[in-house]
Each structure stands twice: as C-alpha cells, then as structure tokens.
Design a protein around this ligand. Structure first.
Ligand code: NAD
Ligand code: DAU
Length: 356
C-alpha cells in the first residue's frame, strides 16, 4: 500500500479539512501536508492552532482558482518532498448560502476544480508516476430519496440528480474529475460522503447551530415538518475513509462513504434536546428550505468490500454526546467564530512570515 510523501490538501482550514490534517499527521507521521486555503468565512486557522510548529505541516493562503499559486506548489523544487497526492476539499459547502447566492459555488466548486485539475495535469508532465487526485464530493449529487422506500439507498451507480445550486456545483465538479481521468488518463478518484458531525464544524450547520443555540439559551430553528432524513457520520470516520481511498482506491473509481446512521431532523433534535436537558419548548418550527431534499441514505458497501473500511466512531448517541461535550468545552472557539474574531488569527499569527 503506497503511503504518500506529501499531500497538497485544499480547504484544510475548514471543518473536514482541519480534521483531516490532524488525522493524517497522527496516523501517517511521515506524510507532509500542505494546506492551501483561501480563508473564506468558513476557513478558520484556529482549527489548527495545535499544529503550529509541526514541521510536517504548512499553511499556504491561496485560492484554487489561482493557477500561479497551484503551479508553484506543484512544482518539483518545493523545500519538502514534492507533492505526490492532492486531496481536494476546498468548496463552498453550505446549501442555504447557495440558495441566497450561487455565484461563489460556481466559481470555486466548478471553475476552481477545473483549475486545480489543469494544474495537476501540467505538473504530471515528465513524471514517472502521476500525482494521485482525490476529489471529496457529497451524497447530495444523487438528489433525494422518498421517505416511503426505506430500503432504497444511493449506490455509486445511482444517476446524478442534484437539487440545490450547491449540489449541482458539486455534481459538475464530479463530472470534470471524471472527464480528466477519461480524456487525460489522470489518476483520479471521487468520494461521496453523507452528513458529517464532530469538532470544529462551522456553527451554520445544523448540529453545531442547535448545540450552541441551546448553550446560549436560544431556541433551535427546525425547517418544515422536521421529517427530512440525513445519514450521520463522524468526521474522523470520513477522514479515515478518504485516506483509505487515497492509499488503496482504484484509479477512476467513485466510492460512497456513509454512517449507516439515518435520523430524521426531528429525531436528531429530540436527541440533542434530551442530551442537553431541554424539552420540546426549545423547538421553533420555521419556514422550510426551498427545494429541501427529503432523504439521503448511502450504501457504502463498495468501500467496505474493496477497501475494508467501516465506520467505527459514529455510534449513536454516544458520538453525538461526545460532540456536544466538545462544543460545551470549547466555548471560546465557537464564540470567536460567532463574533468574527477568528478572522484576525491569520494576520496576527502569520504577520511578516513567509508562508510558502
Ligand atoms: P467548510 O465550508 O467547513 O470548509 C471549506 C474550506 O474551503 C474553508 O476552509 C474555505 O476557506 C476553503 N475554500 C473555499 N473556497 C476556496 C477557494 N476558492 N480556494 C481555496 N480554499 C477555499 O466545508 P466542509 O464541511 O469541511 O466540507 C469540505 C468538503 O467536503 C467540501 O468539498 C464538501 O462539499 C465536502 N463534504 C462535506 C460534508 C459535510 O457534511 N460537511 C459531507 C460530504 C462532503
Ligand atoms: O449530505 C452531505 C452534505 O451535508 C454536505 O455535502 C454539505 O456540505 C453539508 O452542509 C450537509 O448539507 P445539509 O444541507 O444536509 O446540512 P445542514 O447542516 O445545512 O442541514 C442538515 C439538515 O438540517 C437539513 O435537512 C436541513 C436541516 N436544518 C438545517 C439548518 C441549518 C434545519 O432544520 N434547521 C437549520 O437551521
């Protein structure tokens, strides 16, 4: 099984990316990680403050739409071993924001992915072994399942039918990655994962939003009838799966990743309320999200059969309780996100420093 010398990770200052950096550094200490992140509202370097001083990790502020930055990072004369793998997580990721303004979703998720693919293709010129490219996508590209067919799940062969501008932009990027493999023989893989939960998730997403609201004594805004279903996976299980796909996946393949852990939003809300000692009076039913997908459910059998991966950290409700405890113990982190103070970290920490 190849272990990579140097992963270029895009979007490593976000929720999953920052957990992935920590996961790789803990489980593959010989693998260097360069984190390229534009630090949009969702990028928070405080997520990685514990890795300051780790020689195997470096941060580069830059945009995946900037071909010059990509060329420089992928060139062979980097000070640390040259990049031999790209894990692409940078994206606009929040469905509600894509409904308010879809433009950044197109420029980052679609155009940015193509810019990155082009840069990797050019960097492959003259190399014996091409750079391996893992594109981190989402189950939302498959669209929505009905509630009355509980045995139906998304397989890798399920046709793409994205319903939100976010999902459509991710589906577009998946198609670009597929085309890069087919046309140019690039060594690409695609993962499609269900909803993640865990530490450092931006408190616009439902679990950290509800938990931090309750800590502050506020109600939780439940969309529509609350019967929409999501399949919840702990972020470290996702990180382990992405690493397995990187190291053992078959070039050109798609791998679904899921927790086998379907919950309606109402069930999820009741569990959070119960774990935090609150009752139903804290639920505020609000207008539904336009185009709200009813149910996501992932069949991750291929990943289990072919690469031996299974979720081990997502057991319900213990994993949810541990996540709630993390937000309770890390009030400083999310209060600085809510106040906007987290945005000063980069300028204070990196002032006057060359970052690449
Ligand atoms: P996030 O919003 O928390 O983080 C995204 C990161 O990308 C941020 O650090 C942001 O600064 C960076 N970024 C955005 N635009 C950029 C650009 N143009 N150039 C460079 N960096 C840029 O997202 P997340 O929840 O951690 O999701 C990471 C990836 O995983 C995304 O591709 C998302 O589609 C996918 N995904 C997420 C989930 C989930 O439940 N959160 C599930 C499945 C797949
Ligand atoms: O399925 C994977 C996807 O999961 C990822 O691709 C996305 O990047 C990620 O954001 C997530 O998308 P969702 O739309 O499912 O996540 P969100 O946390 O926004 O919402 C989860 C469910 O909770 C959804 O059915 C909408 C509902 N919800 C959400 C919010 C923010 C509420 O009821 N109230 C809320 O305030």
């Amino acid at each position: 099984m190849p272990q990579y010398n140097h992963i270029l990770l895009t979007g490593g200052a976000g929720f999953i990316g920052s957990n992935f950096v920590r996961f790789v550094r803990a489980h593959r200490p010989d693998t260097h990680v360069t984190n390229l992140d534009a630090l949009t509202y969702a990028g928070n370097l405080e997520n990685l403050s514990d890795l300051e001083g780790d020689d195997g990790y470096r941060f580069v502020k830059g945009d995946i739409r900037d071909a010059d930055v990509l060329r420089e990072l992928l060139s062979d004369d980097n000070p640390i071993p040259g990049v031999d793998a790209v894990v692409h997580m940078a994206a606009e990721s929040h469905v509600d924001r894509s409904i308010l303004d879809s433009q950044p979703f197109i420029t980052t998720n679609v155009q940015g992915t193509q810019t990155l693919l082009d840069a990797v293709r050019h960097a492959n010129d003259g190399r014996d072994t091409p750079i391996r490219f893992v594109h981190v996508s989402t189950d939302e590209v498959y669209g929505s399942l009905p509630l009355d067919e509980p045995n139906e799940k998304f397989a890798e062969s399920t046709p793409l039918a994205p319903n939100s501008p976010y999902a459509a932009s991710k589906a577009s990027s998946d198609m670009l990655v597929r085309a890069a493999h087919h046309t140019f023989g690039m060594d690409t893989l695609i993962t499609r994962c269900s909803n993640n939960f865990g530490p450092y998730q931006f408190p616009e997403k439902v679990i950290p939003l509800f938990v931090t609201n309750l800590i502050e004594g506020k109600k939780v805004p439940l969309y529509g009838d609350g019967l929409n279903v999501r399949d919840w996976l702990h972020v470290d299980d996702h990180c382990e799966a992405v690493l397995a796909v990187l190291e053992k996946g078959r070039s050109g393949e798609v791998y679904n990743i899921g927790g086998n852990n379907e919950r309606s939003n109402l069930d999820l809300t009741h569990t959070i309320l119960q774990l935090m000692g609150h009752g139903d009076e804290m639920i505020e039913y609000v207008t539904d999200r336009p185009g709200h997908d009813r149910r996501y459910a992932i069949d991750a059998g291929k990943l289990e059969r072919d690469l031996g991966w299974q979720p081990t950290r997502s057991a319900w409700p213990d994993a949810l309780a541990a996540t709630i405890d993390w937000y309770k113990s890390n009030g400083d982190w999310w209060q600085r996100v809510r106040s906007g103070a987290y945005r000063d970290y980069y300028s204070k920490q990196y002032a006057g420093r060359s970052v690449h």
